[in-house]
Design a protein around this ligand. Sequence first.
Ligand code: HEC
Length: 128
Amino acid sequence: MNKLIIPAIALSILMLAACSPKAEGGETPAGGGTAKISYAADIQPIMTKNCISCHSGDRPKEGLDLTSFAMLSKGAHGNPVFVAGKSDESLLYKAITGNGADQMPPGDKMDDADIAKVKAWIDGGAAE
Ligand code: HEC
């Protein structure tokens, strides 16, 4: 008798352990939504790598400084370069795809993954 009960108890303990917390605190939201993209954490490094050699300092090209969210939000000579939620209406996105604006960086597209990240950031609401 005991020979059967002990493995049965061991098995139920294992199953309990396997089913417990896990789901809590996961990084990726369930339901296939994109994880929230933050400008500071996700987008600034892309700008720093590809853009600020020209878009920073005393006289950034086109008046557009890409060294922070605050500066980006000032736009190019005061004209906004992104529309939250609408990458297709955002000059920033048009520029990095070379579609509807001058190609940025000039003559040299960024990695597709970086372009996709910027698109996802804008379309996700362009959070700071
Ligand atoms: C080698 C210098 C250089 C780099 C690097 C560069 N830009 Fe530019 N950017 C310019 C110049 C110059 C202009 C002015 C328009 C022109 O001459 O094409 C400009 C204009 C722009 C404009 C306005 C475009 C328009 O049609 O009005 C945007 C938006 C922009 N840049 C974003 C970026 C982004 C984002 C990056 C990085 C992915 C970047 N730039 C990298 C030089 C640069």
